[in-house]
Design a protein around this ligand. Structure first.
Ligand code: PLP
Length: 394
């Protein structure tokens, strides 16, 4: 259980929320941030800063198999998703329909819903009980009145990986722009930004070892978008604002590491994931493992414990040194079942008893052992705490 170079008794298993800064990325950030220079300035300091940005852009483009001019730097995944969703839709005012999978992250879901409030017709593409979007469900909704279709590469809660190549190809055939949120996929799966039919792809730095506040939208050269942020005209006039050269340098380093280490990392995570799932099933025989067992993010374990409240379990595990997540949004103190589990048809009470453990680069078998050591006690207490409430409602 080694975190940030320090020995910790705690097991951090929430890498899908954010992961530790990669030392090489931190070094690239520090080196660039220690020098003055705005990449838009014409003098030597500005040109040096611009060189750093363009080298990072080339490296990112190489790693994602796209052209450097197709990399638009943003402040993270949320901004990249907003730019794609709003920008592609606004550029097609005469196409009223928008297709969006029902299990997107809020960074996509909310701008799409907002466009619905502005008068667009939103069609939520359903998923099956494993969280899979069927290409046929997309194909049958496509048409020349669709401004945009958006389906995430892999789901952040249950880890299900979508048939992105098939969906992108179907969109291309219908002449519909296709956006994918690849925030969770980068570093865990091979991600090819040059996939035929892909119009745009969002990525986030802090999920792969770069600082929070870094990210990018891969955007095809010929894709028409209306900017969300207007100003100095940076980034092909698609995203204005002084470029964060230090953050961009760090993003380039972290992404290169994530992409080159991906296959080894995935193999290691799959083995740890299997140990964790097997151990949980052994200790809690009634547990339900959610999501697709095969087409799944290597680092994702998502489970539902019948008769438990996930929030209670999370607190008990936290107190015992295990950090994970429930995935449910807490509105005004009332836990709401996740829209992802709801779309998969999972019963609301069962959904509330869910936990996500997400493994990352620093994860070890010691972390898995720690979960399995403390889980039985936490489960017993969480079940006891839930019992009176369950009785009241029956
Ligand atoms: N998309 C997905 C699938 C995510 O998991 C996240 C973050 O959790 C985001 C988008 C938002 O990215 P950021 O935190 O960089 O804004």
């Amino acid at each position: 259980m080694q975190m940030n170079g320090a020995t910790s008794e705690r097991a951090y298993l929430d890498h899908a929320a954010t992961t530790a800064l990669l030392p090489e990325a931190a070094e690239a950030w520090r080196e660039t941030a220690s020098r003055v220079g705005n990449p838009s300035s014409l003098h030597a300091a500005g040109r040096a800063s611009r060189r750093v940005v363009e080298e990072a852009r080339e490296s990112i483009a190489d790693d994602l198999r796209v052209r450097p001019s197709e990399v638009i730097f943003t402040s993270g995944g949320t901004e990249a998703d907003n730019l794609a969703v709003k920008g592609l839709a606004w550029a097609r005012p005469n196409r009223p329909r928008i297709l969006c999978s029902a299990i997107e992250h809020h960074a996509v879901l909310d701008p799409v819903a907002w466009l619905g409030e502005q008068g667009r017709d939103i069609e939520w593409i359903p998923v099956d009980s494993l969280g899979r979007v069927g290409p046929e469900a997309v194909r049958e909704r496509l048409g020349d009145d669709v401004a945009l279709c958006t389906v995430m590469w892999a789901n952040n809660e249950v880890g299900t990986v979508q048939p992105i190549a098939e969906i992108a190809a179907a969109c291309a055939e219908a002449g519909v722009p296709f956006h994918t949120d690849a925030v969770q996929a980068i570093g865990q799966l091979p991600v090819d930004g040059s996939l035929p039919g892909l119009t745009s792809l969002a990525l986030s730095g802090h999920k792969i070892g770069a600082p929070v506040g870094t990210g990018a939208l891969v955007l095809r050269r010929d894709a028409r978008v209306v900017p969300v942020v207007h100003g100095g005209g940076q980034e092909r006039e698609v995203r204005s604002g002084t470029l964060d050269a230090a953050g961009i340098a760090a993003l380039g380093v972290a992404l290169h590491h994530a992409v080159t280490a991906q296959a080894d990392h995935a193999a290691r995570m799959v083995a740890l994931r299997q140990d964790l799932i097997d151990g949980i099933v052994r200790l809690a025989p009634g547990v339900i493992v959610n999501g697709d067992r095969a087409q799944r993010l290597p680092g994702n374990v998502h489970v539902s414990f019948p008769g438990c409240e996930g929030d209670t379990l999370l607190m008990l595990l936290d107190a015992a040194g295990v950090e994970c997540s429930t995935g449910s949004a807490c509105t005004a103190g009332v836990p709401e079942p996740s829209h992802v589990l709801e779309a998969m048809g999972i019963d609301a009470a069962l959904a509330r008893g869910s936990l996500r453990f997400s493994l990352g680069c620093p994860s070890t078998s010691g972390d898995v052992d720690r979960v399995l050591e403390v889980l039985p006690g936490a489960l017993e207490r969480a079940t006891r705490a839930a019992t009176p409430r369950l009785r009241r409602t029956t």
